[in-house]
Design a protein around this ligand. Structure first.
Ligand code: IMP
Ligand code: MG
Length: 178
């Protein structure tokens, strides 16, 4: 899908190259182990499916969906689980796969919640990181790209549920786009 009003921040080619590198790094780090990917719906679906295919270790996948916090909970960072995992993660090596870390509230909460289920290990891979927007101290274990404080869409990321199908990651230069 092309969109003339969308300004490309990261091209499909750049993304593919970086995701391949991330897959190689993760495969090295987990050599000899089996990894459970936890894809955070919906934004991470495309990243997770590409990352999964770039892994050379035995891998399984499960899905979790969380609500974005409303205005009232934005400072507490409490996130509601809308769809939970199908399986127990106790004793497993778990990698949470997310599209973007912005304020850090979602992943901070999700990681703490999943840690209480006693996985053997838990790490976070995010495709994008906007460190300038952090409200809580959160450091992903694997990150694809650090980006400036722009709202971006494409490659799974949405604006009001749209534009997830863009192959490139784009930012919204003006209101015409919306
Ligand atoms: P958090 O602020 O780190 O908790 O991120 C919450 C969620 O907001 C992310 O998982 C994304 O789904 C969404 N989000 C944050 N920044 C963007 C963006 O630039 N584009 C699209 N979604 C975003
Ligand atoms: Mg998300």
């Amino acid at each position: 899908m092309s969109n003339p009003k969308c300004e490309v921040l990261l091209s499909a080619t750049q993304i593919a190259q970086r995701v391949k590198e991330m897959g190689e790094e993760i495969s090295r780090d987990y050599a000899g182990k089996k990894l459970l990917l936890i894809c955070v719906l919906k934004g991470a679906i495309i990243f997770a499916s590409d990352l999964m295919r770039s892994l050379t270790i035995p891998v399984e996948i499960d899905f979790i969906a969380v609500s974005s916090y409303g205005a009232d909970t934005s400072s507490s960072g409490v996130v509601r689980i809308l769809k939970d995992l199908d399986q127990s993660i106790q004793g497993k090596d778990v990698l949470i796969v997310e599209d973007i870390v912005d304020t850090g509230l979602t992943l901070n909460y999700l990681r703490d919640t999943l840690l209480r289920r006693q996985p053997r290990s838990i790490r976070v891979a995010t495709l994008l990181d906007k460190p300038s927007r952090r409200k809580v101290d959160f450091d992903p274990d694997y990150r694809g790209f650090v980006i400036p404080d722009h709202f971006v869409v494409g490659y799974g990321l949405d604006w009001n549920q749209r534009y997830r199908n863009l192959a490139d990651i784009c930012f919204i230069p003006d209101d015409n786009f919306r």
